[in-house]
Design a protein around this ligand. Structure first.
Ligand code: NAD
Length: 570
């Protein structure tokens, strides 16, 4: 594998058997998390690589190790301690880390990513142990390519980059934002089998405007106020150039940039390097997938929905765009789709002519003709007026404001449609626009509900209703796998639509009967494989990737699994 000097992967052309030709020995081998097997090193490898005496006698299996890890994991008193423990395990033995995560997905995903990762980011400088990934600061201007080359990384990696400005819902975390690219890449590997050797987290540490961090003597980041304007843009441009030259064929995912830079970076570079923004595009694909499954369940058409999106930030803008595309795909004209999707921000309906609209929001604005005969009670025009006048069938919450889907609003939807689709996506749980139990109660059990945070099933009228979670983990890992498998030169909007369709197709009619419009997290690898195949096929169909024979197998073969393979001295 290029970039690595420690090992090379070999596949026997006749038998298909895989082994690694390994160049390091002894304690160096034990220190490399990509190679370390710990007490599972078989005796012959202990002999061949000078490990005798460096390990206790018993040779364990990977499953034994997973049991030991689980025991240690459960002994940690808090979620934060579990997060620290798992990061330590990732730094010691990646195969064991991923086997453990995959064996206990429901337990571990909330620890390595949201919600616990938010605490890790906030307390990064306190819990800091060992650096992972690459930190680029303004000091590195002019030499970013050399900085990137310093961390050995496999060919054509998936790179997740953040500038730390809008970490989850907790704002500017400076260098602590690195917890997000690390966590997200762990989900790429857990969710879709991206080889961990081919993952690279990058923090664009351009400073922080968080006064607590600037004043903290233990803060590990670049202790300056944020770089802005031209200098910031130049640093981003140099980083993208460096990624292209050091890691040709890589996929770049923009993560947790603030709205002031996220749309600009995405639009500037999406045709320059295969890249996407998960907050904008991944979330939107999740919503479209949910709507496709829910409309199948309701026996209605995508093109006929009247969609109200509450929140006009990264998520809302992306959702508006992709839902319109999905409607057009289902036979609507683009003008019809535009009129059928209404977006609200903190100042009410985003409508043409509203004086405070930015250029981005003007693109979301509904035409004044659409609302000219509305009966309006509130000024500015609020959710109540929008749902009533538009006769909304779908309500999506990405506002971060708890409880805004009131009984009056939701019960009214049930008058316009037999199956109101209600998606309170704001995280964490306490920020959800409505609870699933209330959505069901206020619609006499008619609502199809999906949430951003996990919710327990709800017993309604003697039936158990399963609440699907719109977890982006069903889209971005499969997107990564599909792009890498065919070497796509770009990530197109239609590749996201293909991902959404493939994901919706994994939802069976039995699942729909219980109200569940997304798969459960335990089947994420199967879902990712379907998503990746659809993405790869779409890339080929659009000409952004070369055709390949036997595409399904090519994609499946790209998936890495956490298993120990034999080592031979190189
Ligand atoms: P953001 O900060 O970019 O946008 C929030 C938007 O909400 C802004 O446009 C703001 O004007 C608007 N808003 C605030 N108060 C409002 C109100 N009372 N009524 C209407 N709009 C209001 O944030 P974002 O990245 O777009 O994320 C929004 C929420 O969606 C977050 O809570 C996030 O956790 C959640 N989210 C969920 C998923 C998922 O479930 N898969 C994915 C991404 C984001």
């Amino acid at each position: 594998m290029a970039g690595f000097t420690d090992f090379e992967r070999h596949i026997d052309p006749d038998t298909g058997e895989v082994h690694l030709a390994v160049r390091v020995r002894g304690s160096e081998l034990l220190k490399n998390p990509l190679l370390n097997k710990g007490v599972a090193f078989p005796r012959e490898e202990r002999e061949a690589f000078g490990l005798t005496g460096l390990l206790p006698d018993h040779v364990a299996t990977l499953d034994d190790q997973v049991m030991r890890v689980h025991d240690q994991f459960l002994r940690k008193g808090t979620e934060m301690e579990r997060n620290i423990y798992l990061n330590g395990l990732m730094d010691r033995n990646e195969t064991l880390f991923y086997r453990f995560v995959l064996t206990h997905l429901e337990e571990t995903v909330p620890i390595i990513y949201t919600p616990t990762v938010a605490y890790a980011c906030r307390h990064w400088s306190r819990i800091f142990r060992r650096a992972r990934g690459i930190y680029v600061t303004p000091r590195d201007r002019g030499r970013i390519a050399a900085v990137l080359a310093a961390r050995p990384t496999g060919e054509r990696p998936v790179i997740v980059v953040t500038d730390n400005e809008r970490i989850l819902g907790i704002g500017d975390q400076g260098a602590g934002g690195m917890g997000i690219p690390i966590g997200k890449l762990a989900l790429y590997t857990a969710g879709a089998g991206i080889d961990p050797a081919r993952t690279l987290p990058i923090s664009l540490d351009v400073g922080t405007n968080n006064p607590e961090l600037l004043a903290d003597p233990l803060y590990v980041g670049y202790r300056e106020h944020r770089l802005r304007g031209e200098e910031y843009d130049e640093l981003v441009a140099e980083t993208v150039d460096a990624v292209r030259s050091v890691f040709p064929g890589s996929l770049l995912q923009w993560e947790d940039f603030s709205n002031r830079t996220s749309f600009h970076n995405l639009e500037t570079y999406r045709d320059v390097i295969p890249s996407f923004n998960d907050d904008i595009q991944g979330t939107a694909a999740m919503v479209v997938a949910g709507l496709l499954a829910a409309t199948r369940h309701a026996g209605t058409k995508m093109r006929d929905q009247r969609v109200v999106i509450v929140g006009a930030g990264s998520a809302g803008v992306g959702i508006r765009h992709q839902v319109a595309m999905a409607m057009v795909d289902d036979g609507a004209t683009s003008a019809e789709a535009h009129d059928r999707i209404l977006v609200l921000d903190s100042r009410g309906l985003v409508v043409e002519g509203r004086p405070d609209l930015t250029a981005a929001k003007r693109q979301l604005a509904v035409r004044t003709e659409v609302i000219h005969d509305w009966q309006i009670e509130d000024h500015p025009i609020g959710l109540n007026d929008v749902v009533r006048n538009a006769r909304a069938t779908v309500l999506v919450g990405v506002s971060g404001v708890p409880g805004v889907f009131s009984e009056k609003i939701v019960s009214r939807m049930a008058r316009y449609t037999d199956r109101p689709i209600i998606m309170p996506l704001s995280n964490p749980t306490s920020h959800a626009e409505i609870t699933p139990a209330a959505a069901l109660r206020w619609t006499d059990g008619q609502a199809v509900v999906a949430t951003g945070s996990p919710f327990a099933p709800v017993d309604y009228d003697g039936e158990t209703r399963v609440i699907g979670q719109a977890n982006n983990m069903f889209v971005f890992p499969g997107m990564g796998l599909g792009v890498l498998a065919v070497g796509a030169a770009r990530v197109t909007d239609r590749m996201f639509l293909a991902a959404a369709r493939a994901l919706a197709d994994t939802v069976t009619s039995d699942m729909l009967k219980t109200g569940q419009i997304y798969p459960s997290i335990t089947s994420v690898r199967d879902a990712s494989l379907e998503v990746a195949r659809a993405v790869a096929a779409q890339a080929v169909a659009e000409g952004v990737a070369e055709p390949v024979d036997d595409l399904d197998n090519v994609v499946a073969a790209e998936m890495w699994s956490p298993e120990y393979v034999p080592y031979r001295p190189a």
